[in-house]
Design a protein around this ligand. Structure first.
Ligand SMILES: [Zn+2]
Ligand SMILES: [Zn+2]
Length: 69
């Protein structure tokens, strides 16, 4: 697999979008594993998740009422 930004060999894949990222272009970002609770909502987060630096994970979960049948 190659880095999505420079075509160097990738050291891993972005946790969020699956792009390949090399040692130069990888970044870290907290990854929200799961959300629970309502007031207030709480999240279990893993810090230092491999991130490509290109995609833009949204900081808040996006409501998808159309999936709630
Ligand atoms: Zn790269
Ligand atoms: Zn990504």
């Amino acid at each position: 697999m190659l880095c999505a930004q420079c075509d160097d060999s990738a050291r891993g894949t972005c946790r969020f979008c699956g792009r390949g990222v090399c040692a130069t272009h990888h970044s870290n970002l907290p990854f929200v594993v799961t959300l629970f609770g309502v007031q207030p909502p709480q999240a279990i987060v893993v810090g230092g998740t491999l991130w490509c630096g290109v995609c833009r994970p949204q900081p808040e979960p996006i409501a998808m009422p159309e999936l709630n049948r």
